[in-house]
Design a protein around this ligand. Sequence first.
Ligand SMILES: [Zn+2]
Length: 99
Amino acid sequence: MKIHCTCAPKRTATCNKCSRIRMAIMLKNGNNHLKTSGPNGRLNNPVWYNYYSKNRKPDNIIIAGMVQRLSTSDYAGKFNVLLFFDNLTGTQIQKITSC
Ligand SMILES: [Zn+2]
C-alpha cells in the first residue's frame, strides 16, 4: 500500500489515485453553493480523499479522521449522508447518516 504519492504534479496530502478511501458528502438541499461544478456545469456533491499517509491505518481510523476534518470545514452540519468507498474497487464501505 502506497503512503507516498508520486503522480500529482505538486505535493498534496490527498490524491484521487493514491488515497485508499473516498468520501462523498451528500449535501442537504439549499447548499448548491458548496457543490463542485463538473462537465456541462452540472453540480456535484463534494468528494474527499483520505490523507494517503494514513493508508495503512484501519478503515475505521481513517473514516473517523475524515469525519473529524469535516466537522471543522464549511460542510459541517450541511450534509445528510456521508458515503465511504474503497477508492480502488469502488465498493461502498460505510454510510453515516447525520443526526
Ligand atoms: Zn497519487
